[in-house]
Ligand binder design. Structure first.
Ligand code: G3P
Length: 218
């Protein structure tokens, strides 16, 4: 299972890259706003900075919601770097844009997916990734992980090449259960990735080993 970090924060991306387990980055307009990145030139420069850090795919989201606008923005984003994957919302013109980009050999990530039907449509259009939002479904009392399992099964039935990218992954157990289900990718904050390190018995065990070493070696 690939690990993507869901942030536009360059320090966090660098930290995850340095840990040696990072496979890519996902961003969205909210995450760019959180970093104070505004204006087309600054946004483009920021994507280039992200691509310079990470050794893997970088999802960059279009702002337009009409077909022509999405094509224009997506082509400009894709031209920035081979690592760029154009992120397109699951709307009617978005599906058409995904099909266009797929025909052009430009990779896409279909975002804001909340149902199996939407995921089937994204795969039929040729999306490289589909992003179901686990945490946001949990927020409204629907089982986000059940959707990941359902999409994974459906894609397996038909051999779709679209990768299931579990998004809105909020905590360690989301990530572990995505791994059990067989999601292709999870994207999550740095805290979820580093949270995988934690177990009190590891800390207790290491302290004991070190204190026994000190006693034995003076
Ligand atoms: O990848 C989508 C993600 O950014 C949404 O996460 O926690 O805002 O639902 P969240």
């Amino acid at each position: 299972m690939k690990f993507f970090i869901d942030t536009a924060n360059l320090s966090e991306i660098q930290e995850a890259q340095d840990l040696g387990v990072l496979d890519g980055v996902t961003t969205n307009p909210s995450l760019m706003a959180k970093e104070g990145i505004k204006g087309t030139d600054a946004v483009m420069a920021h994507y280039k900075a992200i691509c310079a850090i990470v050794d893997g795919d970088v999802s960059a989201e279009v702002i337009a919601t009409d077909y022509a606008g999405m094509i224009r923005e997506g082509e400009a984003l894709a031209a920035l770097d081979d690592k760029i994957v154009v992120k397109i919302p699951m709307i009617r013109d978005g599906v058409k844009a995904i099909k266009y980009f797929s025909d052009q050999g430009i990779r896409t990530n279909c975002t804001l997916v909340f149902s199996a039907g939407q995921a089937i449509l994204a795969a039929k259009a040729g999306a490289s990734y589909v992003s179901p939002f686990v945490g946001r479904l949990d927020d409204v009392s629907q089982d986000g992980l059940a959707l990941i399992a359902q999409i994974t099964e459906i894609y397996g039935n038909f051999g779709f090449h679209t990768e299931v990218l579990a998004a809105s992954v909020r905590h360690v157990m989301h990530l572990v259960e995505c791994a059990e289900i067989g999601a292709d990718v999870v994207t999550c904050p740095l805290s979820v990735i580093t949270g995988l390190l934690n177990h009190p018995l590891t800390d207790i065990g290491l302290a004991k080993f070190l204190s026994d070493y000190q006693k034995n070696n003076g």
